[in-house]
Design a protein around this ligand. Structure first.
Ligand code: ADP
Ligand code: ZN
Ligand code: ZN
Length: 733
């Protein structure tokens, strides 16, 4: 008999410990296998994840007596191999204590959907096989002509797919007569596109210095801060070659695969079949195959977005996070992990170097680099000393600056666009708001179109005539009338990318205009297609949200316009200045990467705000100094750590009461250096049917507070209808 320790698939803090189960000696099972079990009075079986196996000579009765509780048998073993490498298993432990969440939810986040320790995975795709036949003998005595045809085909080919050898009856007859042997091989459902090989550029002396500092230095983590167009990618590629040659593997993270086709192509063109791409648009079957290909050691370089940080690579030599400041590295639901933190932990555990690259790193990262905790490498100039774009800031609050017929455009911007169209150069226009109108009201009765499930304003999308909630995803068809009084007199205020495109098409009827935002990129391959065509000069103007600001290299683009630089500043978050700064700096950096000098126009209602003026100049160092003062004054990161406690309950009073009680209990502990703000009513109070309150805990060190919070979730979880989630290192606060 074997005694198993099993984590249940239920991500509840009160169940966050292994439970004992029994299974027979014959069962092939080990750590990292999934099993089906019954738990408590639950009539349906659950999926469990085995964390320990102990063979035992004791009988069930003896075991139960020593343990002091009854021990059940498992129903069955699901897998026939271990799903998770031991180092990832160890990592899940470290992460569970960092993020104060049940271990099972990290294991679930680590594995692709069909391997997840969860019931939903059981319907997921499994290994796909192809049947092959192989020729065993070739005398043609007594065979029919069709059978001879098949034998001759195989004589030439040695083996082929069963379905290619001939009709099923012919193949079957040949197998029965001992001519053919049938066998199966695992196949990969993903067909990688072949990319022609390219030779690496010789590094410039600045790039070479960075390369040497990282490969010969003794830090675990390096910040590579390089202005836009400084050639960070080429450094990543050289570093990758270096560690590959040492027999190590490489993990290359990008914010989003479909928005970084160039990075993917670079890696494919340098490293060919050794590369696996973990693309979010892969089907579950393709993901499953890629995951297994990596786990078997067939891929040595993995390029992917956030969850690729859990790719099952052995012998890691290098982990790179490109654009380390981008928010999408943080998962915005439990277990709320940030790929950067995971990378650093994983790097430390596996002895891999971690490189964080950005033109506009987060303040936390830069502060650690300045303090010498991270190695600090800089590329202060564009490759070939190409100048940064010139920028002008236009004050939107002065009516004389604006185009009377469409007040979202300044006269100057429209003139510049016209000029680029005449010269055959490209323009990028950034507006971090999608849809057509962001605020609709009834002109007759004053009805405001708000989301019934979360209360935020609904945005009208003209392409499909739908009202959409950009917060919770609620959608409803729009028939052009008021739902209250049926008046067709609907007023629309605010504008999004769709409306910008509509005006541009009116002003410049012959211009080729494309739009890129998350409405467009929902369609598979669409974002990739648009960026590819833009790069190839098939569009004159590209309008988009922050998606177009990051990382792209469009050599024909000489003008960047930021239509409303203030969008991000109004978000109530201590990070709003930082994210506005980096969005503007990144957007400006898209201009003039080719032969011609670039130019940027920033339209704003806050022309003296440092996030905007310094973003326009891409002056990171000055912004860093200003913003660090604000962070110090408010005791925000990097001067403190944060944990956001999210308290949810079906009744509003319950949420208020519970959050008050939690705060009082925390206060009474008198932890030094710990501060608790709130309870605050979150921007979106009602979410998923629960009223929410938030407590923001600020702390200098995690030593006392984290164990306390962990206990708190365990004791509270599910009690009295109250839910408590903890977001460690929250981004949007
Ligand atoms: P970043 O990622 O820092 O914004 P890129 O990696 O996109 O910059 O590099 C900008 C441009 O410079 C690209 O077109 C790239 O091909 C080119 N480049 C980079 N390194 C070199 C080099 N060593 N020699 C020649 N061209 C280079
Ligand atoms: Zn009305
Ligand atoms: Zn909503």
């Amino acid at each position: 008999m074997q005694l198993l320790e099993v984590l249940l698939e239920l991500p509840s803090s009160s169940l966050d410990r292994p439970f004992d189960y029994l299974c027979s000696d014959e069962a092939k099972v080990g750590v990292g296998f999934r099993v089906l079990i019954h738990f408590g009075h639950n009539p349906r079986p659950l999926v469990g994840f085995v964390t320990k196996v102990t063979p035992t000579n004791l009988s069930q009765k003896e075991l139960e007596e020593t343990k002091g509780y009854p021990i059940a048998w498992i129903d069955s073993v699901i897998d026939n191999e271990c799903l998770l490498k031991p180092d990832l298993f160890t990592l899940s432990d470290a992460l569970a204590s960092y993020y104060l969440c049940p271990r099972i939810s990290l294991l679930q986040a680590m594995l692709p959907s069909s391997l997840k320790p969860a019931r939903s995975s059981l319907k997921g795709p499994k290994v796909a096989y192809e049947s092959y036949v192989e020729l065993l003998k070739d005398d043609e005595e007594g065979l029919t002509p069709k059978q001879i045809e098949a034998v001759r085909l195989l004589k030439e080919r040695k083996r082929c797919k069963k379905k290619e050898a001939g009709s099923p009856s012919i193949v079957k007859a040949l197998i029965d007569k001992g001519y053919l042997r049938l066998y199966r091989e695992e196949i990969n459902r993903l067909q990688l596109t072949e990319v022609p090989r390219t030779e690496p550029f010789p590094l410039t002396s600045a790039q070479q210095a960075v390369f040497e500092k990282i490969t010969s230095g003794d830090k675990e983590v390096y910040l590579l801060q390089g202005v836009t167009g400084s050639g960070k990618t080429e450094v990543y590629l050289h570093l990758s070659s270096f560690y590959l040659e040492q027999g190590k593997t490489i993990l290359m993270l990008v914010p989003e695969i479909s928005l970084t086709p160039a990075m993917v192509r670079y890696f494919l063109s340098r490293f060919g079949k050794e590369v696996a791409i973990l693309h979010s648009s892969l089907t579950p079957a393709e993901k499953y195959d890629e995951y297994r290909r990596i786990a078997r050691g067939e891929a040595k370089v993995v390029v992917g977005a956030r969850s690729a940080i859990f790719a099952p690579l052995d012998n890691l030599g290098l982990i790179i996070l490109d654009e380390e400041h981008v928010e999408s590295y943080k998962q915005d639901s439990a277990p709320y992990y940030h790929a950067r933190e995971v990378a650093i932990l994983r790097g430390r555990q596996s002895g891999a170097k971690v490189v964080l690259g950005s033109a506009t790193p987060t303040l936390e990262t830069r502060a650690k680099a300045e303090a010498g905790i991270y190695g600090f490498c800089r590329l202060n100039q564009r490759v070939n000393a190409k100048p940064l774009p010139t920028t002008s800031i236009i004050d939107l609050s002065r009516p004389s600056n604006l185009l009377p017929s469409a007040r979202m455009f300044s006269k100057q911007l429209v003139e510049k666009i016209k000029d680029r169209l005449n010269k055959g150069e490209q323009t990028i226009l950034l507006l971090n708001r999608r849809g057509y109108a962001s605020y609709s009201t009834c002109g007759s009765c004053g009805y405001v179109f708000v989301c019934p499930s979360c209360g935020s304003h609904l945005t009208l999308h003209k392409a499909d005539m739908m009202l959409k909630c950009h917060h919770c995803g609620y959608v409803a068809p729009f028939d052009g009338t008021c739902p209250e009084c049926h008046s067709p007199n609907i007023a629309r205020a605010g504008y999004g990318t769709e409306r910008v495109c509509k005006y541009l098409a009116e002003f410049f009827p012959s211009a080729r205009i494309a739009r890129l935002d998350s409405d467009v990129s929902r369609i598979k391959d669409e974002a990739e297609d648009i960026t590819f065509k833009m790069k190839g000069g098939e569009y004159d103007i590209l309008v988009g949200t922050q998606m177009i600001a990051k990382g792209h290299d469009f050599p024909l683009c000489t003008l960047v316009g930021v239509l409303l630089a203030d969008v991000g500043l109004s978000i109530p978050s201590f990070r709003s200045a930082e994210s506005s700064f980096s969005l503007i700096a990144q957007a400006v950096g898209r201009a003039g990467r080719g032969q011609t000098l670039g130019e940027a126009i920033i339209q704003t209602f806050n022309p003296t705000n440092p996030a905007i003026t310094l973003g326009a100049k891409q002056d990171y160092d000055a912004f860093f100094r200003v913003e660090m003062q604000n962070r110090r004054a408010g005791n925000y990161p990097p001067y403190s750590h944060l944990a956001n406690l999210i308290i949810g309950a079906a009744k509003q009073e319950k949420a208020i009461e519970a959050s008050g009680a939690i705060k009082a209990a925390l206060r009474s502990q008198n932890f030094p250096g710990v501060d608790c703000l709130g309870p605050l009513i979150p921007y979106y109070e009602l979410e998923g049917g629960l009223y929410r309150r938030e407590l923001l805990v600020k702390f200098k060190t995690a030593v006392l507070i984290k164990p306390y919070l962990k206990k708190l979730v365990e004791t509270l979880s599910g009690k009295g209808g109250v839910r408590l989630y903890i977001d460690v290192d929250p981004l949007d606060y």
